[in-house]
Design a protein around this ligand. Sequence first.
Ligand code: ATR
Length: 295
Amino acid sequence: MEIDFKVTGKTKVMGIIGNPIEHSFSPMLHNSISKHLGIDTVYIPFKVEKNHLESAVHGLKALNVVGFNVTVPYKKDVMKFIDDNTKEALLMGAVNTVKNIEGRFYGYNTDAEGFSRSFKEETGTGFKEKKIFIIGSGGAARAITVKMAFEGAKKIYIVNRTASKAAELAEIINNNIDSVAESFGFDDKKAIKSFEASDIVVNTTSVGMHPEVDSSPIEENYQFSKGQIVYDVVYNPSKTKFMSDAEKTGCKTVNGLGMLFYQGINAYEIWTGIKLSEQFLKELFVDFKSVLENR
Ligand code: ATR
C-alpha cells in the first residue's frame, strides 16, 4: 500500500465557506499554487447552512485556519463575525477573504482587487480620469464601483433594472469617496448618451450567462462606440452576446475569468505574504482558463 504524505500534522488549512460550494474552482486554484510553490497547505471547501454561519466562523477560528474565502450567499452576513474589516470592504458591504492574524480575523474584499488587477492586466490601462458606465447595482457592482472611485475615476454612470438601487449605490460613492457617480433609469436619454460617451463599460449583472446566451443587459437603443473597453463579469460563455455586439463596433472586450482568477491570487498573497511572480501568474492563468473553458 502506498503511504500518502500530502497532508501531515504540520499541514496548514485554508478553505472556503458558502452554499452551494460544489462547483467552486477555488480549491483547484489554491491547491495548485501551494503544490507549485511547495507550501504545506491544503484548501478545503466547506458547505455551510445559513443558521450555522456564526458557529462555522467561530469554529474556523478555534481550528486556527490560516484564512478562508467567503462566497455566495455569505459575503455580507459574514462581516458581523469578523474582528476587523478593511475600510474598502466596509464600503463595499462585502468580505470574500478572511485572514487569521494571531487569533484575530481580518476581512478583505479581493473581488474588487481581482477586477482591478485583471482589468489592468488585460487592457493595459486603469480607471484614473476615465468615464465609466456600470450596468447593475448588486454586490459585484458595489465592489467594482467603490474600487474605481478610490482609483480616481472621473465619472461613474450607473443604471440598473431597479433604479432605486442604482441611486443608493451612487450615493454611497458620492458620500464616502468622491462625487463622481450619477445614476439613471435604463430608458433615460442621458443614460443612453453617457453610455456612448464612456471610455469603459462594465456589465456586472448575470444577464447573458449560460444558458441565457442570447440575452444582453442592454436594449438596441444603446450603441457601443469604437475604442471603448467593454468588460463583462460573466465568463460562461467566454464570449457573451454583450461582448460580441461590442466587438462588432470595434471595442476591446474582456470577460470575468480574470476577475475570478485574481480575486483568488490576491487572497493567496494576503494569507501567505508571498508575491507571486508575473511569469508564474501568466502561465497559471492560461491553465486555469483552459480548465474552466473545457469543463
Ligand atoms: P451580484 O453579487 O452577482 O452582483 P446581486 O447582488 O444579486 O448579485 O445583483 C444582481 C444584479 O444583476 C442586480 O443589479 C440585478 O438587478 P436588480 O437590482 O433590478 O435585481 C441585476 N440583474 C439580475 N438579473 C437581471 C435581469 N434579468 N435583467 C436586468 N438586471 C438583472
